[in-house]
Structures are given as C-alpha cells and as structure tokens.
Design a binder for this molecule. Structure first.
Ligand SMILES: Cc1cc2nc3c(=O)[nH]c(=O)nc-3n(C[C@H](O)[C@H](O)[C@H](O)COP(=O)(O)OP(=O)(O)OC[C@H]3O[C@@H](n4cnc5c(N)ncnc54)[C@H](O)[C@@H]3O)c2cc1C
Length: 313
C-alpha cells in the first residue's frame, strides 16, 4: 500500500522542526547552505504566495519530497542579502546569533513544495498571515512580510538537504500501514500537497485541510483512494485549526492500521494528537506531528523556548 522500505522515525515533540538542522548534521553533510534568488512569485489564492527560487548554486540541493523542510535566511528590509557571517559548519548558529538582532538574517522554517532540475528551481509557498485584509504585510511576521514584497532577483540563503534521505523529512509511513490520515492548516498545505504527490496511486486514506478562504482551495493531484476534505474559516470567527480539529474528531475514519501526519498551528496539532491517542487508541509511534507555528509566538520565541541547539543532532 505504502512505498516499501520507508521507515517511521520516532514521534517528535510538539515543535520539532522549528529548529534548523543542527550543526552536527551540517558537518556530517546532510545539509548545506545554498545561495539562491527569487525567480518569480505567483499568488495561489488570498493566503498562499508561491515564491520560486533559482540559481546555479542550487546545484546539489536534494529534496526528499513529502514534508521536506528547509531553513530560510531572509534579508531584513533595506538589506541586499541576508546577513549570515559564518557558514563553515559547526559554528554557524552561534555566529548568526552573535550578530545584532536587527541585522542578522531572518531565520524561518519552510517546506519545499517542489523542486525542478532544468532549470534548477525550488518552490516555497508562503502563507501571508493577514491575507484578505487588503494589507498583505500588515501584522505579518518578517518572513511573511518579506514574501509579500519579494521580487525577482531578491537574494536568500537556504539551509537545505544535500541528500534526499535526511532528517528534515518527517512523513515516513511504515510499510505495514493500511491507510493514511493527513491534517493540515494553510502553513502545512505545501507539505500536504507534496505528500499527496509522493504517495503511490494505491494509497488510501483521508486528508483534512483548513484554509482561511474558499479561494485558497487548491486542485491537488492525489491518489484516487485518498479523500481530501477542504475546510475554510471564511465568514466565521473560528481560530486557526479549530474547524480542522472538529472535523477530524467527528470523522468516521477507516478501519485498519493507520499512519497519521498532523501539522500546523501548535495547539491544534497537540489537541489532535491527544485525540488520536486517547480517544481513538492510535499507537503514538504511528503519528508524526509537527507544530509549524503558534499563535502569539514568533519562530524565534519558539526556538528560544526549546533551548539552545546547534551542537546536538
Ligand atoms: C517544518 C516547518 C515547515 C513549515 N513550512 C511552511 C510553509 O511551507 N509555508 C508557510 O507558510 N509556513 C510554514 N511554516 C510555518 C512558518 O515557519 C511560520 O508561520 C513562521 O512563524 C512564519 O514566520 P514569520 O516571520 O512570518 O512570523 P513570526 O515572526 O514567526 O511570527 C509573528 C507572529 O505571526 C504569527 N504567525 C506566524 N505564522 C502565522 C500564520 N501562518 N498565520 C497567522 N499568524 C501567524 C505568530 O504567532 C506571531 O504572533 C513551517 C514551519 C515549520 C516548523
């Protein structure tokens, strides 16, 4: 049913991927810094903006597909390029931290929506936080604001995979999986799209996606046996993830051995994981979950809550 030979990694904590690849993994060659520039942008709907990165220096970038994440270094307003002084391996994170906060590059986690080789291109879909308000960069964090004003030629650095089998791919259904459960908000929609594309045509299961607006719904190619349910917050007062969590809780889910993947706003992710374990009796090891963002906290805050990183892997 599922691609053979793909093994599950142990379920991680609530904000596992908010850490950039640890220094040890950079040194070991799983990840590398890649200079790139914006080739074009395309609005996919009120909320999602696709930014396509390109450049010869993307040679060697090797996405593992699925929910492959990257650490993006973005320039601050007025800068020509992201400030990232040392890329020589183990010391990069401390060197970056040592730069004045208002100067050092903005560091954020995003997903590789797609990679192409001729020409070398990588698509990243950015959720613009207050899309639909008429002021696309108002109230957004620095990454969403950067995306909203991105133009061809703008320079960025990606800390991304140098090998397709790397630890920033979380979606790894074990071979004995009978069916797949996917739950995503708009920030995890890029990963969900890439997962649906990666799955074999025989895969079956249910996917639930919550987006802010009806026009954010995308036409996602997916296996015939995998039913995708779109949910929107449009016109209501629900907080992000609330409608998604309600839909999964109420769903009549298939029998058989599941593998669940949940990503998006942290409270939603935590609540749904708890539901699957406590109320549906799913094995924790068969649930991959990842808090992609948390209401009221920037990625820096999430990272500093999790303590230092960079030496451990
Ligand atoms: C592994 C991983 C993969 C990810 N992939 C993607 C991806 O492909 N596309 C994508 O859009 N996001 C993705 N995210 C989420 C993204 O990193 C966060 O949304 C990040 O906080 C955005 O940075 P920022 O500078 O815009 O906002 P921050 O400075 O981090 O936050 C500023 C404020 O905005 C709020 N905020 C953050 N994100 C949102 C949001 N989406 N809607 C409303 N308010 C928000 C925060 O709670 C905070 O109050 C991913 C996260 C992880 C960990």
């Amino acid at each position: 049913m599922i691609r053979p030979g793909i093994t599950s990694r142990p379920a991680a904590g609530p904000d596992p991927a908010a850490d950039p690849p640890a220094a040890a993994a950079v040194v070991a060659g799983q990840f590398r810094f890649f200079d790139a520039h914006v080739v074009r942008t395309r609005r996919l709907g009120p909320t999602l903006l696709r930014v396509t990165f390109g450049g010869d220096r993307l040679a060697g970038f090797a996405s593992g597909g699925r929910d492959q994440s990257v650490s993006l270094f973005l320039p601050r307003p007025g800068q020509q390029a992201p400030v990232l002084p040392d890329r020589t391996g183990a010391g990069w994170y401390q060197a970056w931290l040592a730069e004045p906060e208002h100067e050092r590059a903005v560091l954020r986690s995003y997903t590789v929506r797609a990679q192409r080789y001729q020409p070398l291109e990588v698509d990243v879909d950015f959720a613009l936080h207050d899309a639909g308000s008429g002021h696309p960069s108002n109230g957004a964090g620095p990454a969403a604001a950067w995306a909203a004003r991105a133009e061809p030629g703008d320079r960025v650095v990606l800390l991304g995979p140098a090998t397709a089998d790397n630890r920033s791919v979380g979606f790894r259904p074990p071979p004995d999986t009978d069916w797949i459960l996917l739950a995503a908000d708009e920030t995890a929609l890029p990963a969900l799209g890439a997962i649906l594309r990666w799955l074999p045509t025989a895969a079956r299961g249910r996917a639930f996606v919550e987006v802010p607006y009806r026009q954010d719904v995308q036409d996602l190619p997916s296996p015939a046996g995998l039913d995708v349910t779109w949910l929107t917050r449009e016109g209501g007062s629900a907080s992000p993830g609330e409608i998604l969590a309600g839909a999964v809780r109420a769903a009549d889910l298939p029998a058989g051995v599941p593998y669940a993947w949940i990503a998006g706003e942290s409270a939603m992710v935590r609540g749904l994981r708890r539901h699957l374990v406590r109320e549906r009796g799913y094995d924790r090891a068969r649930i991959e979950f990842s808090g992609y963002w948390r209401r009221g906290a920037s990625e820096e805050q999430l990272r500093s809550e999790r303590g230092t990183m960079g030496d451990a892997d």
